[in-house]
Design a protein around this ligand. Structure first.
Ligand code: ZN
Ligand code: FE
Length: 240
């Protein structure tokens, strides 16, 4: 069986560690130090690095991790990455510690953004690494892509089972849900989730992973019925 461990970086980044107790693969290591600490604390070695997009807070640790683990592979989105890498594209299937992951191209936040999804029986439920595309209660800002692209990217992720665990790259949930409540004031599930998430945050707890079911019920971007609605909501959120 495989597990996914949470490593914190910077103010609000998550670095996810897929591991089997001996080896680990990290997703979006913006900083090497917390990853190296995690590996030494759990006495595991780094087998590989996965990168969802080119932003520094997702790739900044690659060189230091490669220096410490020269055999670790690096795979990620097509934009030129730090260190040797094999670019991934839509439909590619990759092996991560025995689990197959499907690559989805999900442009919007950046043009190179990918997500990695697995329905491997090595996980208790399907898992999705969504980077800065689908957040708990929100979606990434449109730095490079269009609202149409983000709309399609979110719908692509939405094809997976409702039990899919959504592992995004930032703890933005509470702020996202405050906007979600303003956006859909009659959605009781959103209000309930905000109350729950605020209580978790006041206890210092992380609110990720989420599930695709919860996102379908409460995420105003995943719930947008058209790219026009999404564009409108994204613009409002940018100034919220
Ligand atoms: Zn980003
Ligand atoms: Fe980011």
């Amino acid at each position: 069986m495989l597990s996914v461990a949470r490593v914190h970086a910077f103010a609000d980044n998550f670095i996810w560690m897929v591991h089997n107790g001996r080896e680990a693969v990290c997703v979006d290591p913006g900083d090497a130090r917390p990853v190296l600490s995690y590996l030494s604390e759990t006495q595991q070695r780094l087998a590989g690095i996965l990168l969802t997009h080119w932003h520094g807070d997702h790739q900044g640790g690659v060189e230091d991790l490669k220096a410490a683990y020269p055999d670790a592979w690096v795979r990620g989105s097509k934009k030129r990455l730090k260190g040797p890498s094999v670019p991934l594209a839509e439909g590619d299937v990759i092996d991560v510690l025995g689990a197959s992951f499907e690559v989805l191209e999900v442009p919007g936040h950046t043009l190179d953004h990918i997500a990695l999804v697995s329905e491997s029986p090595l996980f208790p439920t399907p898992v999705a690494f969504t980077g800065d595309t689908l957040f708990a209660g929100g979606c990434g800002r449109l730095f490079e892509g269009t609202a149409e692209q983000m709309f399609e990217s979110l719908n692509k992720l939405n094809q997976w089972p409702e039990t899919t665990q959504v592992y995004c790259a930032h703890e933005y949930t509470e702020a996202n849900l405050k906007f979600a409540v303003a956006c859909e004031p009659d959605n009781a599930a959103t209000q309930e989730r905000l109350t729950h998430v605020s209580a978790m945050r006041s206890r210092g707890e992380a609110t990720v992973p989420s599930t695709l079911l919860l996102e379908r019920q409460t995420n105003p971007f995943l719930r947008s019925e058209s790219s026009h609605v999404l564009a409108d909501r994204r613009l409002q959120k940018d100034h919220f």
